[in-house]
Design a protein around this ligand. Structure first.
Ligand code: GDP
Ligand code: GDP
Length: 455
């Protein structure tokens, strides 16, 4: 059985197929060197060394899909920061804040051999204030003799410390049982997605592209101050706003408004917040500064949205600064850097003057409609039948895989499964995807095609 997921523009690599609806989130929090990454690796059942002996190594990847006892969840590793002793309190707090905003359950890791430090206690205060469920891991309890160290952590007031050795696996099963049993069926933070409440928008982009300016502009003009609706889960960092005659959740407005202080590690936090916001959202509006050359950071944010399987809108901001000299360069950048996401609607705006900001909502709506689209099986197979008749899969070594049947397995984003008698080449899958888009649209939504081989 071959199952190749292909995200738009991907080179046929294995792309994890997103779940239908948001998975609950377990976030691993703790100060540096307590063993968070070791624990994350153990949970993921991995041997590869993400763990670095040397502090100061930042890791890009912060969230993973994990499974324990048949329960699937998103595991968030907040461990990748740069250690700078002077600022450590501030950054631990910031890390905990992000994790808290994101998590359904927090797994708080303390080094039992060191005991609770003042930094640990500071995190405890934040956790208590937020009121999210916390499971306390007393790590580095490698043998029975260290059990007493774990017991000392009752003092933190977070309930029972679970003695574990992330390194050797001791006690981690019980710890995970406890953590997973506290997770809701779907993410509380994202639960409204399924219940059909106001849709969730993440306004993202690298620092200084104009996120907070845009937020202020659009909220300043159209804003109706609204209270949280009854029955809607709400995070204090999100804001319910009225825009274009509809209500929307803007995710992590607190994070957008905060001026990012340029300490070391700020990039990492920006990226973590971005990822957290995208995961809570249904659509990512990626803001890009049109007046300067597109950077790798811009394309990375776009990839984050696509990889999370969210709808996408690209907004070119600071259009008031555009001069004719830059135009051809911009066009070339769009061709080169955005080739993977040609399907995304682009809007040109100016947060400063408000020019064209009213075009954002229609673009968001279009992308979300694509994200929600379901093609009836009959139509899909009629389309595919015609396509395959006109353009059969190339013959390779005398063999030619036949396409038997296709179905749309999922929406949000649309995912298709094709049953075939053999492996379909990446080029042919891309061809099918291109034709799917030509025929059915899907403007603003990633789509994926996977192939199941039936002998
Ligand atoms: P992080 O900064 O919190 O992500 O911590 P790491 O996972 O990078 O671990 C820091 C150091 O502690 C590494 O050298 C690990 O090998 C070590 N470590 C992690 N867990 C354990 C454990 O259970 N027992 C012992 N003895 N060492 C551990
Ligand atoms: P953020 O870091 O993405 O939130 O970016 P800010 O909203 O703080 O904007 C960064 C800088 O760009 C500020 O000096 C803004 O005044 C400026 N800026 C934002 N949007 C525009 C725009 O549309 N046109 C011009 N000319 N400047 C802008």
């Amino acid at each position: 059985d071959e199952d190749l997921a292909l995200l738009d523009g991907g080179e046929g690599g294995e792309v994890p197929a997103g779940p239908a609806g948001p998975l609950p989130v377990l976030a691993v929090v703790g100060r540096p060197n307590v063993g968070k990454s070791t624990l994350v690796n153990r949970i993921l059942g991995r041997r590869e060394a993400v763990v670095e002996d040397k502090p100061g190594v930042t890791r890009d990847r912060v969230s993973y899909e994990a499974e324990w006892s048949g329960r699937r969840f998103t595991l968030v590793d907040t461990g990748g920061w740069e250690v700078d002793v002077a600022g450590i309190h501030a950054r631990v707090a910031e890390q905990a804040e992000v994790a808290i905003a994101l998590a359904d359950v927090v797994l708080f890791v303390v080094d039992a051999t060191v005991g609770a430090t003042s930094t640990d206690e500071q995190v405890v205060r934040l956790l208590r204030k937020a009121g999210k469920p916390v499971v306390l891991a007393a790590n580095k309890v490698d043998g029975p003799r260290a059990e007493a160290d774990a017991a000392a952590l009752w003092n933190l007031g977070l309930g029972e410390p679970h003695p574990v050795s992330a390194l050797h696996g001791r006690g981690t099963g019980d710890l995970l049982d406890t953590a997973v049993s506290g997770l809701p069926e779907v993410s509380a933070a994202g639960g409204a997605i399924r219940e059909g409440g106001p849709r969730r928008v993440a306004l993202v982009g690298r620092p200084n592209v104009g996120k907070s300016s845009l937020l202020n502009k659009i909220l300043g003009e159209d804003r109706v101050v609204v209270d949280a609706e009854a029955g809607t889960t709400r995070d204090p960092v999100d804001e319910l706003v009225e825009l274009g005659g509809k209500r929307w959740w803007f995710i992590d407005t607190a994070g957008i408004r905060r001026r990012v202080h340029q300490t070391s590690g700020a990039d990492f936090y920006a990226s973590l917040r971005t990822q957290a916001a995208i995961e809570k959202a249904e659509v990512g509006v990626v803001l890009v500064d049109a007046s300067v050359k597109m950077t790798e950071q811009d394309t990375r944010v776009i990839s984050q949205v696509v990889e999370a399987g969210r709808a996408l809108v690209i907004a070119y901001n600071k259009w008031d600064l555009m001069d004719e000299d830059r135009r051809p360069f911009l066009e070339r950048e769009i061709e080169q850097d955005l080739v993977q996401v040609q399907w995304a609607p682009r809007v040109n705006v100016s947060a400063q003057t408000g020019w064209h900001t009213n075009r954002l909502v229609p673009a968001i709506e279009k992308s979300l409609a694509s994200w929600d689209t379901r093609i009836p099986t009959g139509r899909l197979n009629a389309f595919l039948g015609e396509l395959v008749a006109a353009h059969p899969h190339p013959l390779r070594g005398g063999k030619q895989p036949r396409i038997l049947f296709a179905t749309q397995a999922d929406t949000r984003p649309p995912r298709f499964v094709i049953f075939a008698t053999g492996f379909l080449e990446a080029g042919y899958r891309r061809f099918i995807e291109r034709r799917l888009r030509e025929t059915f649209g899907f403007e603003g939504s990633p789509i994926s095609i996977s192939v199941r081989v039936r002998e």
